[in-house]
Design a protein around this ligand. Structure first.
Ligand SMILES: NC(=O)c1ccc[n+]([C@@H]2O[C@H](COP(=O)([O-])OP(=O)(O)OC[C@H]3O[C@@H](n4cnc5c(N)ncnc54)[C@H](O)[C@@H]3O)[C@@H](O)[C@H]2O)c1
Length: 355
């Protein structure tokens, strides 16, 4: 039986339910409760998933039983919320992006290090069975040297399903969903070194589900070429326009000997297929039976195991900070029309033990 772990959630919006649901099978992890700037949301959340509705984040942080805070607040709130949690002595797992600037992201990493606390950040979908299966094929040399990755995030239109789309459009498709394939490729290939990007607002005037018009100014369409330090070239497409159901979705990895297609950057049970160069693609069985969908809370589970074993956890703030730096470089490149260098290094998570 693993060591008990007590967690609490801050931010009880759209993604809080999937986190609570994916937590349920783990008997050793207790959800102590939740907080939100809107107390009614925290109350509704604990009525469904249990625990205390803390009246504020301060009240949550004052609970000495809380080991890990899961930060599911909206994008722009992340640096301030994470800082408060770390300063209160709590380990943190945060939703993405870690921050919107390199300075803020690095400050969070340094604060966690200085306090001897764990900081992890989504996306963690490289932990999925399909994603680990692809990585295993690459590590086993089945593709030979991988020289090209195509990464497609055609994420449709957030306002057609999410009740609060403006924050997603404030940060734009790159910082909201571009971070998924960027985390996957930095996991598999290491640091990025240079980016060249194009981006613009394709569809500026949108309408929320309740009929309120809103106008966006951050690009909803970004294409970037990301040159990795090891020579791999990644072509990234990320947008809030083209429907999710397009044929162009997921990642393709192309090497000297073969290619592999990963059907989704986030679904752990995504289809994977492989072909030797010049031969037809055939499905590949996952390295173990796949979790259906995305196991959102897996980084928290893994962090608990790492705390117990006294080893580093896989998902790190430092990797998320490198991804933030790539996104900032892409933003600068598309504004200035020139390539932009990426300077930081990146810690790479180990493959999962079962892969
Ligand atoms: N919705 C999804 O499908 C999805 C998927 C993956 C990741 N995410 C990430 O999860 C995060 C939250 O997304 P969401 O869709 O749940 O948003 P949401 O708007 O539905 O919920 C955010 C919640 O955070 C609360 N909040 C905002 N600032 C706060 C603060 N300073 N202190 C306490 N509470 C605060 C809001 O009141 C709201 O209840 C984002 O970072 C997003 O990138 C969302």
């Amino acid at each position: 039986m693993p060591q008990p772990l007590n967690v609490a959630i801050v931010g009880c919006g759209n993604i809080a339910g999937p986190y609570a649901e994916t937590l349920q099978p783990y008997d050793h992890i207790t959800l102590l409760g939740a907080a939100d700037v809107d107390p009614a949301r925290a109350a509704a959340f604990v009525a469904k998933y249990g625990g205390t509705a803390y009246e504020s984040l301060d009240a949550l942080l004052a609970d000495p039983r809380v080991d890990v805070v899961i930060n599911l607040t909206i994008h722009h709130a992340h640096p301030e919320v994470i800082t408060r949690c770390l300063e209160a002595g709590k380990h943190v797992h945060s939703e993405k992006p870690l921050a919107m600037t390199v300075a803020e992201a690095q400050a969070l990493v340094q604060l966690a290090e200085a306090r001897g606390l764990r900081l992890s950040c989504a996306p963690i979908t490289y932990m999925g069975e399909a994603q680990q299966t692809v990585w295993r094929l690459i590590r086993d040399g089945q593709l030979g040297t991988v020289r090209v990755v195509y990464a497609e995030v055609n994420w449709g239109r957030i306002e057609t399903w999410h009740p609060n789309p403006p924050p997603f459009y404030d940060v734009g498709a790159l910082f909201d969903v571009g971070v998924y394939p960027l985390t996957l490729v930095t996991t598999m290939f290491g640091a990025a070194r240079r980016v060249t990007a194009f981006g613009r607002v394709l569809y500026p005037d949108r309408v929320t589900l309740d009929g309120t018009p809103f106008h966006i100014t951050t690009p909803d369409f970004v294409v970037a070429v990301v040159e990795m330090a090891d020579g791999t070239v990644v072509r990234l497409t990320t947008n809030f326009y083209v429907p999710y159901g397009t044929r162009q979705q997921g990642l393709e990895f192309h090497g000297d000997l073969g290619s592999v297609i990963l059907g989704s950057f986030q679904n752990f049970d995504a289809p994977v297929s492989f072909a030797r160069f010049g031969e037809p693609f055939a499905p590949v069985e996952p390295v173990r039976p796949a979790y259906p969908g995305t196991e959102w809370v897996l980084a928290v589970v893994e962090m608990g195991e790492a705390i117990e074993a006294g080893r580093p956890q896989r998902a790190t703030g430092a990797q998320a900070a490198h991804v933030v730096e790539i996104c900032c470089a892409i933003s600068e490149s598309l504004q200035q029309g020139r390539p932009v260098d990426v300077g930081s290094s990146v810690p790479r998570p180990a493959p999962m033990d079962w892969a």
